[in-house]
Design a protein around this ligand. Structure first.
Ligand SMILES: [Zn+2]
Length: 724
């Protein structure tokens, strides 16, 4: 089998000892596609591990796990020959250098803020992997026996450290003494320097518009698509057979997480309607609102609208998105007001109102109850902090604790709407720093002295991280650079740009994470809405600063970024039904393309109130995707597994849901008995990623060796100084 054979397609069987190679030549002479079946996937070590686990973990109470024969082999597609990627070596090196540089930038920002960076990529870059988790985590159902809000005694909370904190140039600094807050007592919390950030941002911006790099990445993405097609062609039956062999497990009873959903629209329209009708019947005389100093009962409110409970229907409620909301985010926002009345929004879907968010708490708890009933569905609900006043956090936490809004199936993300310009015009905020102080100071205070914000301390246990939300297609008039005013001097009418919001959120979160790690508390991640619409550079900020993003639609127009998101395996929570009503019709949604290329995508609902019809919006989302795009059961299970991996649920919960080795690499990490994803699929993904990373890093290294005497390159592939 060699270059000599340059004829058209010829099939050559050559018998090596074992395995058997089936090679066929594709023209031209240097590039080959080879398909061969190889060695067992499992090492003896893995079989042993399976034996050991088999009786320890009962995945479901009713189901005792049996040992399964591993799916041993599958058909691999490989390319051989010199210029494997179809471009001259010099082009490959140029592109590879840029890609590697970008990956180093992301690694730096993830590492500093204690967010996750893909392990396989870390290995390929020859960096050390910090193993945060113990390698063999015990696996038990993560059910809590007592309600987390039962014992709220400030005396039992971790003690006050006596630290002081204040915001300097938009970032909170922490000092060991309250009385003496200056450089001598400052804690080093490693928040990123503004200058460095802007320099990195510029490197990234130049890189994504570089023509040759663009075409290189585009070609690689095309290759990844084709390779997946080939994989499916050859292994579909095997994948299916592997799934069939697993007892008990199927798509319905694997864990799924709705990775992007807003709490204020987490119920569907029929649910909200029924709830409002029930409230009108049960509490007609309750004072729910103060209008010009006079209390209004629920009856008064509806009478002023000329409505009775009988009149109400889903049609009068009018919260569903329709064809009129397409490319009209303003109209979509108005859909949050039932019957077009903002007062109903305030009464029923806000946490901070005259009834202290009682109705909203009830309806969220009903949604939680449904999730618990379904058992396998989980949600990461977004709650808002606006940054208008300092007590927002305490009020929100008191709402959760007072109404006991908690479920094992739900974790919170805090969304910060980018509405500084609105509050500024209303004279609620004098400058941007005030907004940042309102958002972050209470968190530092609660971390320094939990007893000072007892509810907040408990509530934060279930908060995963931060989200940044608003209409991305709003025009931005300002470009973030070193001449931009610091937050304290941002007194303009204009809203700061997306990257400005993201940088300051990231910087404060990083400082906060360092402080929390010192105290043994969990850390937060950044998971903004990003690339739903608007300029491409939002995705650059997302790439540098966030652990994962929601939407990512615009990656379809940015091959370099898409390739980078693939190589770094950045999670993308996609909501095609939401996009279909707002920004991109369903059949043009890039999800199937991303999935085939191996990007880390999951399905999420965004706003069931506006987009879904059934009681199980997440299943509706999966169901429509499966039918429109003809997803296989394996694809669906892979999406579900991705959703758990990229979610903010605890390590303990994930080891229970995905298997104790889920944080390893390759098929080792998969446990088909829990995920229903065949090892073949996981192996294909991990081998493809490893090969892709190898192609890139190998090119850079080879070139470095060649030029080692010519010049000193700033780009080092070895471990960074001080990392060991
Ligand atoms: Zn959203």
């Amino acid at each position: 089998v060699g270059k000599a054979n340059t004829a058209e397609v010829a099939t050559v069987f050559s018998v090596f000892s074992n395995p058997i190679y089936f090679s066929f030549v594709l023209s031209p002479p240097v590039s080959w596609v080879r398909v061969f079946s190889i060695f067992p996937l499992c090492s003896p070590l893995r079989s042993k591990r399976l034996m050991k686990d088999a009786n320890v973990d009962a995945v479901d109470n009713a189901f005792i796990e049996r040992e399964l024969p591993m799916e041993r082999e599958y058909q691999r597609v490989s390319i051989s020959g010199e210029e494997k990627c179809g471009v001259p070596f010099s082009d490959l090196v140029d592109a590879a250098k840029c890609v590697v540089k970008a990956l180093f930038i992301r690694e730096k920002y993830m590492n500093r803020s204690m967010q996750n960076f893909c392990k396989t990529t870390t290995h390929a870059l020859l960096l050390n992997v910090d193993s945060v988790f113990p390698p063999d985590a015990p696996v038990h159902p993560p059910a809590s026996e007592t309600h987390p809000y039962d014992h709220m005694d400030p005396k039992n909370m971790p003690p006050d450290t006596g630290y002081g904190c204040k915001m300097v140039d938009g970032v909170v600094h922490v000092y060991t003494k309250k009385t003496n807050m200056d450089k001598s007592t400052e804690l080093d919390l490693l928040y990123p320097d503004l200058k460095e950030y802007i320099a990195d941002m510029n490197v990234m911006m130049a890189l994504i518009i570089n023509g040759p790099v663009k075409s290189f990445c585009y070609r690689r993405l095309q290759y990844l698509s084709s390779k997946f097609q080939m994989h499916i062609l050859l292994n579909e039956m095997k994948e299916l057979a592997a799934q069939k062999k697993v007892p008990h497990r199927d798509f319905y009873n694997i864990r799924k997480v709705d990775t992007h959903i807003h709490a204020s629209s987490c119920m569907n329209q029929k649910h909200l309607l029924r709830f409002i009708k029930r409230a009108m019947k049960k509490y007609p005389e309750e004072i729910v609102h103060i209008e010009q100093g006079r209390g209004q009962t629920l009856r008064d409110v509806f009478e002023s609208m000329n409505l009775t409970a009988f009149d109400l229907s889903v049609d009068t409620l009018d919260v569903h998105a329709d064809r009129n909301t397409f490319h009209r985010f303003d109209k979509f926002n108005a859909k949050y007001n039932p019957i077009g009345e903002s007062i109903l929004r305030e009464i029923f879907i806000k946490t901070d109102n005259h009834v202290e968010g009682k109705y909203f708490a009830h309806i969220v708890k009903e949604v939680m109850f449904d999730l618990e009933e379904s058992k396998y569905q989980n949600s990461e609900l977004r709650l808002s902090i606006y940054g208008r006043s300092r007590d927002e956090w305490d009020k929100l936490a008191q709402w959760a604790v007072k109404h006991r809004v908690y479920s094992d199936n739900v974790r919170w993300l805090i969304q910060v709407p980018r509405l500084f310009d609105v509050y500024h015009t209303k004279k609620q905020l004098a400058n941007f720093q005030e907004m940042l102080e309102n958002i972050f100071m209470p968190l530092f205070e609660a971390t320094i002295d939990p007893g000072s914000h007892p509810e907040l301390h408990l509530f934060l246990d279930h908060v995963v991280g931060f989200d940044s939300v608003d209409d991305e297609s709003k025009p931005e008039h300002h470009i973030f650079n070193l001449d931009s005013p610091l937050p304290g001097n941002w007194t303009e009418e204009d809203n700061p740009p997306y990257s400005y919001y993201l940088y300051y959120t990231y910087a404060n979160m990083t400082a906060l994470n360092h402080l929390r790690r010192r105290r043994g508390f969990h850390t937060f991640v950044l998971r903004p809405h990003c690339g739903e619409a608007g300029p491409i550079h939002h995705l650059v900020s997302g790439f540098m600063l966030s652990e994962n993003i929601s939407h990512g639609l615009l990656l379809r127009k940015a091959p370099v970024l898409q390739y980078l998101y693939y190589l770094a395996q950045i999670g993308i929570a996609m909501s095609p039904l939401s996009n279909n009503s707002l920004f991109l019709s369903y059949h043009r949604n890039p999800l199937p393309e991303y999935l085939s290329r191996g990007l880390m995508v999951s399905l999420s609902t965004d706003d069931p109130l506006q987009f879904h019809f059934t009681k199980e919006p997440l299943m509706e989302e999966y169901s429509i995707a499966a039918q429109v795009w003809k997803l296989s059961s394996c694809d669906m299970c892979e999406l579900a597994r991705n959703s758990v991996l990229m979610s903010g649920f605890s390590h303990k919960a994930k080891s229970y849901w995905l298997g104790p080795s889920y944080s390893r690499e390759g098929p080792e990490s998969n446990d088909i008995r829990r995920t229903n994803v065949p090892d073949i699929r996981v192996a294909y993904r991990s081998e493809t990623l490893t090969e892709e990373l190898h192609l890139i890093t190998h090119a850079v290294r080879t070139e470095e060796l060649d030029t080692i005497e010519e010049e000193e390159d700033t780009l080092t592939m070895g471990p960074l100084p001080g990392r060991q």
